[in-house]
Design a protein around this ligand. Structure first.
Ligand code: ACO
Length: 324
């Protein structure tokens, strides 16, 4: 045995809220179309001084403070993202400087689109074990408002900005998170061109193609995680699914036959924040007390790549004498 547990979380959303009614003023769409097709009522967009980096810093500071872990105790810092402020330095390197992490902290960004945070959880667990370090700071963060085309109503309405952070503790007597990660390479269903293509870096999406992929990948991945962990889906206290579309989640919940009350989300006010969606929801549920010490939380991300990733994250029990 050996693995990580969740100590604490933090998140940050930009101040500016863009409602469906706001979008009705700038494009041919309606609140009724967006809500009924996706469950989205509003999204947050960065404005002014806000940036990918500022959201990450805010989320990371909250998570660190709530965990009681000192910056110098962090051995691994990972940021899952496809919309960093800089390709280099990586956001994780900027966090090293701004948070005062030690120089021997392993810091890098990784891109597995909407599955990125779960990929990062698994990577952090492996790196902590290999490096003999105890704590990791793992983030998912996006400023998707920079890569959506206001001329494309079928994608513009779906995405939002935000960041979520988690502090993980590695111990020999903790169970693994039993991650299940996968990829089916596809450059047709969901793409954002890179900087070398000479075309605007905006989202192109075959919505129905993503939908078909997601309603298969999500339940399959959740089942595989439970099987790997040797538990039944009924033993899971909370499911945290990537908030891409409420209809995808409803399909998956039905297929899995799990209690819908354990699968509620926040897409109505965040929209799809890609790699940030799982950690932002985790943080909201932790803050509301809907995820508690000792809970088993099954997280699943799915999306561009096409990728998927699931993990069973246990919340660390508070121990006698803990100040955390
Ligand atoms: N407002 C009003 N009408 C719209 C809008 C809009 N914002 N967008 C598209 N339409 C119109 C289309 O033009 C089309 O009109 P037409 O029939 O006159 O041609 C009509 O609505 C139906 O379009 P479809 O694309 O067939 O709509 P669909 O019912 O498939 O819903 C949606 C589109 C919501 C994108 C759906 O396919 C979906 O949810 N797919 C999953 C995609 C997803 O979740 N992506 C998230 C990003 S990827 C990730 O995170 C994994």
């Amino acid at each position: 045995m050996s693995g990580v547990k969740l100590l604490a979380t933090g998140s940050a959303l930009p101040q500016h809220v863009v409602t469906n009614h706001d979008l009705e003023q700038i494009m041919d769409t309606s609140d009724e179309w967006i809500t009924s097709r996706t469950g989205i009522g509003a999204r947050h967009h960065c404005t002014g001084e806000e940036s990918h980096t500022s959201l990450c810093l805010e989320a990371a500071k909250k998570a660190l403070e709530r965990s009681g872990v000192k910056a110098e105790e962090i051995g691994v810092c990972l940021v899952a993202t496809l919309t960093p402020d800089f390709l280099t330095p990586a956001t994780a390197c900027v966090l090293q400087k701004e948070l005062g992490l030690e120089h021997d902290t392993v810091c890098f960004d990784l891109n597995a689109a909407c599955s990125g945070f779960v990929y990062a959880l698994h990577t952090a667990q492996c790196l902590l074990a290999a490096a003999g370090r105890k704590y990791a700071l793992v983030l998912g963060a996006e400023v998707l408002s920079r890569v959506i085309d206001s001329g494309d109503r079928s994608t513009y309405v779906l995405f939002g900005d935000g960041a979520g952070a988690a502090v993980l503790e590695w111990r020999e007597d903790y169970p693994s998170i039993h991650a299940v990660l996968g990829c089916r390479g596809d450059d047709q269903v969901l793409t954002i061109p890179g900087v070398n293509k000479g075309v605007p870096a905006v989202v192109h999406m075959d919505g129905q193609g993503v939908f078909r992929f997601a309603v298969e990948a999500l339940p399959h991945c959740a089942r595989e995680v439970a099987q790997k962990a040797g538990i039944s889906l009924e033993d899971v206290d909370r499911f945290v699914f990537h908030q891409a579309n409420q209809r995808i989640i409803n399909f998956a919940v039905k297929k899995l036959g799990v209690d819908p009350a354990k699968c509620t989300g926040n897409i109505a006010h965040t929209a799809n924040t890609s790699a940030a969606s799982v950690p932002i929801l985790l943080d909201e549920l932790m803050e509301k007390g809907e995820i508690k010490s000792g809970d088993k939380v099954l997280c699943v991300g799915f999306g561009g790549g096409l990728t998927w990733g699931g993990a069973l994250l246990e919340v660390a029990q508070r121990r006698e004498g803990d100040t955390k």
